[in-house]
Design a protein around this ligand. Structure first.
Ligand code: AMP
Length: 543
């Protein structure tokens, strides 16, 4: 027997319509890339999202086709989140920090039809547009009179002219809730980047979960600052969860330095901020130098890389701000766990609480997790046994976009590539990573890419790229090179080889030369041994 409840799909359009009707006057504040502050409301955003939908209809962009963005966090990007997905197209958030060749590869793989970009990315667009073979329309996120006349880009229009010509009345389609809504590529795994394709259902369920008290605890009394970019897994779902709850939204644009972030927190009464550890390091440095205090900030969600215990301590002890350490992945929409204490832990002394607060936290309802040994046998939740971490749930991928890489699941579980312990209270702690990648300032560097480039150098016999710990960026790449017999390459010579081949921040900080790289039984480089050997390697100061 079926239940007799209304069968209404979980759709992204319902979030913006709900926001319009129930908290239409709640503010959305953005620092524009031009530097000034823009203010409007959810009601304004909803009307303009409807204009986006009409503009896409007028351009005959088909259902399911990809509309890409190269943009910082701001109100126009927010409108695209709802106008594109809500009308049945797929929002593809490109990462503008990638090298032009990488952007071209991803845009072509995604078969983007429209690409909307912040004016600060005009040089990048000029470098790529002729090679993005599927893009028919380029939209500069600016006023009509700010559009450069001599850009040379075919089909370039200003966003304001584009949506200004469209009506703000629109009937959102009643899509199947499993319809694709947004697409985000990750280079976290080896090989080419792969796309995680979120659905309306997964996005709305994730927003419900993100707003829960033991997750981010979002409400209409909050002022939320997503410093995490909207091109990084939809800013961890904060735009959707904010629309759902009526929280004031504060967008930082591209100004992510400590001073700018601090000023925005103070001027907009921010209560909750979310971002990777590197951003908070900049903020804390600024606070210490300026002798500044927070007057409204209550909590920060920190994830994307391990949050150093000292940072959790400083936020709490010096500034009275609670850190919610979170763990997740692009493939998980991204939230998996958030660290909030249980009631029984509140009476513990502060240093005992800290032992838990440095962990990555407990699973949110919707995420099932387990740790397994190399044979796939489940390990106990005793806080000691450490094993490969597997997850499943309705906002975790079942396959990558276009089936790339084959079936990623193991008996229905997604292997995260992280190694972890889970304690008896369900608190996860990431202890290592089995995947071969480097995470610097919250951004991936594929060690395989870096090695392949080195291997093309005439004097390199074998090359291994490993992560070494770094105080600011968490990890930085070190290249270990075994030269070809009779050759004597030098550091500068090898590093020059990366120019123009990868983004500057992906170039290794240092090169060391060895007689041999340790190999395992199957001929695979033993990176663990190298990581151990170079654990204390001192990188040049510029790194
Ligand atoms: P991404 O797909 O870019 O979100 O990266 C996901 C990966 O980042 C995870 O699989 C982890 O390896 C790493 N990661 C994310 N959050 C944390 C965290 N809080 N602590 C340690 N590693 C993390």
């Amino acid at each position: 027997m079926l239940g007799l409840m209304q069968d209404q799909g979980l759709l992204i359009s319902s979030l913006i319509e709900f926001a319009d009707r129930n908290h239409g006057d709640a503010p959305i504040v953005s620092r524009r890339v031009e530097g000034d502050i823009h203010r409007y409301t959810y009601r304004d955003a909803a009307g303009r999202a409807r204009r986006v939908a009409n503009a896409l209809d007028a351009d005959a962009i088909e259902q399911g086709e990809r509309v890409a963005t190269l943009a910082w966090n701001g109100y126009r990007h927010f409108e695209l989140y709802f106008g594109v997905s809500g009308s049945g197209r797929v929002l593809h958030t490109l990462n503008p920090r990638l090298a032009p060749d990488q952007v071209v590869w991803i845009a072509n793989h995604a078969e983007d039809r429209v690409l909307c970009f912040d004016m600060s990315f005009l040089p990048l667009v000029k470098a790529v547009w002729q090679r993005c073979t599927t893009v028919r329309k380029w939209v500069a996120l600016c006023e009509a009179d700010a559009l450069p006349a001599d850009s040379g880009i075919d089909g370039l229009v200003s966003y304001e002219a584009w949506i200004g010509a469209a009506s703000d009345r629109y009937t959102w389609p009643a899509l199947d809730e499993r319809t694709a809504a947004s697409l985000c590529y990750t280079s976290g795994t080896t090989g080419n980047p792969k796309g995680a394709l979120y659905s309306h259902r997964s996005t709305v369920l994730h927003a419900f979960a993100a707003a829960l008290p033991d997750a981010m605890s979002l409400s209409a009394r909050d002022s939320v600052l997503p410093v995490v970019p909207m091109f990084h897994v939809n800013a961890w779902g904060t735009p959707y969860a904010a629309a759902m709850t009526g929280a004031k939204l504060v967008f930082p644009g591209g100004a992510l330095d400590g001073k700018s972030v601090y000023e925005l927190i103070e001027s907009e009464g921010v209560t909750l901020a979310a971002g990777v550890p590197t951003v908070w390091l900049g903020l804390l440095n600024h606070m210490a130098q300026a002798g500044a205090r927070f007057s409204t900030l209550q909590r920060t969600v920190i994830g994307g890389s391990a949050c150093p215990p000292a940072m959790i301590h400083t936020f709490k002890e010096q500034y009275g701000v609670a850190v919610l350490h979170a763990w997740g992945m692009t493939e998980m929409s991204p939230l998996g766990t958030v660290c909030n204490l249980k009631g029984k832990q509140l009476a513990l002394p502060p240093d005992e609480q800290m032992k838990t607060l440095v962990k990555q936290g407990r699973a949110i309802y919707g995420v099932d997790m387990k740790i397994v040994d190399p044979e796939g046998r489940e390990l106990p939740w005793d806080g000691q046994a450490s094993g490969d971490l597997l997850v499943k749930g309705p906002w975790i991928i079942s396959s990558y976009f276009k089936g790339e890489g084959g079936d990623p699941l193991r008996d229905g579980w997604f292997p995260t590539g992280d190694v972890a312990t889970i304690d008896a209270d369900g608190f996860l702690q990431i202890t290592d990573r089995s995947k071969d990648v480097i995470k610097s300032g919250g951004e991936w560097i594929s060690s395989i890419d870096i090695e392949n480039i080195a291997m093309a150098h005439p004097a390199v016999a074998m090359a291994a790229c490993i992560a070494v710990p770094h105080p600011k960026w968490d990890e930085r790449p070190l290249l270990v090179v075994m030269p070809k017999p009779g050759t004597h390459p030098d550091r500068a010579d090898i590093l020059r080889f990366y120019e123009g081949r990868v983004a500057k921040w992906q170039v290794p900080d240092d090169v060391v030369f060895v007689d041999a790289i340790p190999l395992g039984a199957t001929g695979k480089m033993q990176k663990m041994k190298l990581r151990e050997q170079f654990r204390d390697h001192v990188l040049p100061a510029a790194g």
